[in-house]
Design a protein around this ligand. Structure first.
Ligand code: SIN
Ligand code: FE2
Length: 226
């Protein structure tokens, strides 16, 4: 029984943001939602496992011929790919010739809720790029600009090892802000910062209780139609 001095925390009141929750502005239209996905981690990681059983992680090649250090796969109606022919979205996985696995419902729900919390109501992604980082891997500064329209935000979900995210501006040479993203953090950027440059610094070694020596990142996008 709970004695008079025992604190009791109602689990329902902790449902969406956990004790670490909170919002931080990263730029105009860009927000970090601390811990927003933390309570859904088991489900999200299980869905990543399911997707990658059908469409395995692979190291894609840039148009310039460099193999990317981050391993990638996709789910949804469209998947982001790169090879010697360029960056683009494809409805099929070039490894299998089959359509990408369907977008898991928990991804859709999280994308909608996170976008809404950041001020972008009605976000329905049709593409989810899944990145897998191991210590020593990084993602250089880039813009997400292969989508048909920039009217919708990007929702980015971090799971596993922490990483330092860089968020700059419209020009590659613009100054960047650095923010450490932890397991369960979600970043949303859209509107004025939709085309801002961003990247991930080289992942440091470490062990996460749920992912081992790895970080996963989901980027949910609206790639195909307005
Ligand atoms: C990306 O820009 O595609 C991924 C960002 C991240 O891993 O946090
Ligand atoms: Fe990106």
């Amino acid at each position: 029984m709970f004695g008079p001095m025992m604190p009791y925390i109602c689990p329902i009141m902790l449902s969406l943001f956990d004790a670490h929750g909170g919002m931080e502005a990263l730029g105009p239209g860009a927000t970090v939602l601390r811990g927003f996905a933390r309570k859904r981690d088991v489900v999200l990681l299980a869905e990543i496992e399911q997707v990658s059983a059908k469409a395995p992680f692979r190291h894609m090649v840039t148009p310039g011929g460099f193999e990317m250090s981050v391993a990638m796969t996709n789910c949804g109606a469209a998947g982001w790919v790169t090879d010697r022919a360029g960056y683009r979205y494809r409805s099929d996985d070039p490894l299998s010739g089959k359509r990408w696995p369907a977008m898991p419902v928990p991804f859709l729900t999280l994308a909608d809720e996170a976008a809404r919390a950041a001020g972008f109501a009605g976000f329905v992604p049709d593409a989810c790029l899944i990145n897998r980082y191991e210590p020593g891997t990084k993602l250089s500064l880039h813009q997400d600009k292969d989508e048909a329209s920039y009217a919708h935000p990007i929702v980015s979900v971090s799971l596993g090892l922490s990483a330092t995210f860089q968020f700059g501006g419209p020009k590659r040479s613009d100054p960047v802000r650095r923010v450490v993203l932890e397991h369960g953090d979600v970043v949303v950027w859209g509107g004025p910062s939709r085309l801002f440059h961003h990247g991930v610094l080289t992942l440091k070694s470490g062990e996460h209780p749920m992912t081992g020596a790895r970080r996963f990142n989901l980027t949910l996008r609206r790639a195909l139609q307005e």
